[in-house]
Write a protein of this length. Structure first.
Length: 89
């Protein structure tokens, strides 16, 4: 299990605090919602979003994976951002 998270963290660009804030807003998720979905403590997310904590690669990978599972797409090009994936009917 740990290996899978390390590979995800290494294979994907690191998530940025602003992207996590934008993603939570787009999903209308609280800190607790994301913490539960990602399996990390809410204080980890709060401290990361506020720039107090850089975040461990495994925790950031869990956060990114939870947000992507919920329908967030990270835009990691010239301008960092997020968008909601359109669900096909």
């Amino acid at each position: 299990m740990l290996t899978a998270h390390v590979k995800l963290a290494q294979g994907s660009p690191p998530v940025k605090a602003a992207q996590v804030r934008m993603a939570r807003a787009g999903l209308n998720w609280s800190l607790e919602d994301l913490a539960q979905a990602a399996g990390v403590h809410r204080n980890t997310i709060s401290s990361f979003e506020r720039g107090i904590y850089e975040g461990e690669p495994n925790s950031l990978a869990k956060i990114r994976k939870a947000l992507e599972k919920a329908g967030i797409e990270f835009t990691d090009g010239d301008t960092l951002g997020v968008r909601l994936k359109l669900k096909r009917r």
